[in-house]
Design a protein around this ligand. Structure first.
Ligand SMILES: [Fe+2]
Length: 283
């Protein structure tokens, strides 16, 4: 039995064991994965410049297109994001599930291109982007879609002569993350956002001048049981699984997004797909 059918069987028997039958299975396979929870989060920090009050950042993550997630579904997500009128959009990795098996075409570019954010669209690599020889292909598609890659680098976002920093690292599992390089020549007093696909990387970020880390990768575990919580999360998403965490006496905030798609198993249970809308506020 391979890993996938083993997992399938284990989760199936677990669901049966706790007495949830066919209806729940149907819900976990066909209903919940198509839902969307929009999380509105206020980020307060003393280092946020006054002119960035109400600056809106939308984060989406882990679409895993091709594995029970279609371009049509992505188009609906894009429409939903555009309705929010974000200033900035960030994608935190894992665009398609298996780059070497995916039938690439311009539809994907057209949909991603239609995302609108006046202050830019940025992205970082996830493990599924580097995996399956996807490194160049995914980069080309994101490039053509108007997204700027942050691979151990940063971008200065400026308005009214005030600045914040948006930085990003390469994927932890299959890339070469280098936060020192990403923050080279950055004034440590400036409010700094970090995009890092794997949430557990925050234990490294805590030693740098990062105020907020945005991650994905965990999928929140995808299947969560009442009183038990998640059953499984991938490596580097074992410590920080979903939601908000405070580190370094509250000076570093971590937000873990549960992602949009699914991977390995096409189920979500008590773990809806998620979109984050962060609004910045000077504390
Ligand atoms: Fe991932």
């Amino acid at each position: 039995m391979n890993r996938r059918s083993f997992l399938k069987r284990s989760i199936g028997s677990l669901l049966a064991l706790i007495g949830i039958g066919g209806g729940t299975y149907y819900y976990a396979r066909d209903i919940e994965p198509r839902m969307l929870q929009v999380q509105n989060v206020k980020i307060m920090d003393a280092t946020i410049p006054a002119s960035f009050n109400d600056f809106k950042v939308v984060q989406f993550s882990d679409t895993h297109i091709g594995f029970h997630y279609s371009i049509e579904q992505l188009q609906k997500l894009v429409n939903r994001i555009n309705e929010i009128n974000p200033d900035l959009i960030v994608f935190t990795g894992d665009l398609v599930d298996e780059p070497h098996l995916y039938t690439w075409n311009n539809d994907l570019i057209n949909v991603l291109q239609s995302l609108e954010a006046p202050r830019g669209k940025f992205w970082i690599y996830g493990n599924h982007d580097h995996g399956g020889y996807g490194t160049e292909k995914v980069r080309d598609v994101m490039d053509a879609s108007g997204f700027t890659l942050l691979q151990n680098e940063h971008s200065v976002i400026e308005q009214n002569n005030e600045r914040i920093i948006l930085s990003g690292i390469d994927d932890v599992m299959l890339g070469s993350p280098n936060l020192r390089q990403a923050l080279e020549n950055v004034n440590p007093d400036l409010f700094t956002l970090l995009l890092a696909h794997e949430p557990d990387f925050v234990d490294v970020a805590v030693d740098y001048s990062v105020n907020v880390q945005l991650s994905g990768h965990s999928h929140g575990g995808q299947v969560r049981l009442p009183f038990i919580g998640h059953l499984y999360t991938p490596k580097y998403a074992e410590k920080y699984v979903e939601g908000k965490y405070l580190l370094n006496d509250g000076n570093l905030q971590l937000f873990v997004n549960r992602g949009i798609g699914t991977t390995r198993l096409p189920y979500r249970f008590l773990c809806k797909p998620e979109l984050h809308v962060y609004t910045l506020h000077k504390e």
